[in-house]
Design a protein around this ligand. Sequence first.
Ligand code: FAD
Length: 160
Amino acid sequence: MTSAVETTVAIVGAGASGLTLAALLHRAGVDYVVLEARSRSYVEERQRAGVLDHYAGQVYVKAGLTEPILGGAPTDSLLEIRYDGVARFLNIPELAGGRHSYVVPQQLLVRRLIALLVDGAADVRFEAAGSRCPLSLCAQRRPHDRLRQHFPRKCCFPTI
Ligand SMILES: Cc1cc2nc3c(=O)[nH]c(=O)nc-3n(C[C@H](O)[C@H](O)[C@H](O)COP(=O)(O)OP(=O)(O)OC[C@H]3O[C@@H](n4cnc5c(N)ncnc54)[C@H](O)[C@@H]3O)c2cc1C
């Protein structure tokens, strides 16, 4: 059995990119759905990045999301590089014209984005695709048409 939902934007994947796009669309009032193959706990615990570069950080700053997404994250200062057993320190902000990166584990970033979206009653669906839950997206050909998505009812978690 399948259920269908109509939306303007379908985002496949609740990684840092998909969730960030969802947060921006949410603030802009554009409707969307995020479809993630993995479980919420898997996505939240998956260890990856540790440093968010200056320009990526500015995406959240400019969207007014500094506190909920970057709050408490220290900015980088000195980068230690060891060569021939000797430590050398690079002052990254100084070398980068005052720009600095944020030291923030990706799983924390992802957890915060999910919390922000879920608190805002966003449509984020986990375990929504995969071999046992095929997902098909059917978009009409004309630009700006809304997407109609069909997926098995068992993959739908509307109250997340
Ligand atoms: C060990 C490691 C260290 C790293 N360190 C850094 C660092 O310090 N700084 C930095 O900037 N970057 C770093 N990176 C890179 C960074 O982690 C990636 O650039 C980032 O994860 C990309 O995010 P994304 O949302 O594009 O993709 P992903 O995080 O891969 O998210 C994609 C999501 O889509 C889901 N998905 C895939 N296919 C489907 C489907 N068909 N249907 C539904 N869902 C689907 C996946 O389950 C996943 O959750 C590191 C990466 C690794 C592996």
